[in-house]
Write a protein that binds this ligand. Sequence first.
Ligand code: FES
Ligand SMILES: [Fe+2]
Length: 337
Amino acid sequence: MVAAPLPIYATRHWYCAALSRELRSGRPLARRILGRDLALLRSRSGSVHALAAVCPHRGANLAEGRFDGDTLECPYHGWRFGLDGRCRLVPSLGPGGRIPRDARVPAFPVEESQGLVWLWLSEDGPPKTPAPRHAWMDGYRRMPGVRLYPASALDAFEITLDAAHLAFVHRGSLGRLAPELPDFEIQHAEDGQSFSAVVRLSGEKPIEQPSLIRRLSRPTPWRELRAHCDLSGVAVSALRSDGRLDTAFALITPAAERTCWFFGGIAQETTPAWPVRLLSEWIGRRLLREDQRMLGRLLGREHGEFEQPLSVRSDRPALAFRGLYARALRAEGKAPA
Ligand code: FES
Ligand SMILES: [Fe+2]
């Protein structure tokens, strides 16, 4: 078990920790985030809480203990911890026993909004801003799913911003796509906390819609593609010529150095007919598996080539992400990843 957050990741921002529906009263959710083992809890009154899961007595995993909605019982010797992390009972000492002052685990700030549970894991003080709200999350018709990726969060960000891999990694599910890509224009937000990679599709060099999806849904053509990226994830929006907007999003949270949580879903302004929906969900799951397989096989990191990778024009969105991330790390006094 790793005690402190991983130094290679930025910590002074909100991370998506879970889907709201994963947290049920009476059952702790064990989740490793930024190398920390946590017990995520929903109290009897419905509030959400995050406690460090390492019991200060002998290091058992508190997330494997019993939770009655108010106190969490360690599975090893039954010490009971309140939602503030303080130990309330040491059963072997009896009801009036003196509880050691250090018998407590850290409790971290958590907020719940839009069906997501956000976590603040920084040790440099409490959050200065509320958890993010995303306009595109308000409209989502389909709940996101969660999976553990066998890749660093940084690689997962990059593949999500990378259109050049589609024609190769996803040949099996998307069919033949033209590999040549139009230029993405990078637009940085004024506060420097996010950017968008935008391509307007005026005709000469359109990004093809994947053939299977095209055949299934007979969509109106895309007018603009926009990948919006901040430190919590990426939302890729396709604006159709009739003004409708479809968004696929991925919130990416480091689990450990080489694994990350990937909360992904689709937001659409209209719900497609159920056969189209089921098929596109099936394709979505295949795409994620294909990405996962590729990321799990990257050799670059082991050979130390990640720091100075060779990049071309189509890597501009990924390079913008690296710039954003390097700035966040510098602001925390950490060397760039
Ligand atoms: S290890 Fe938790 S009570 Fe002993
Ligand atoms: Fe992909």
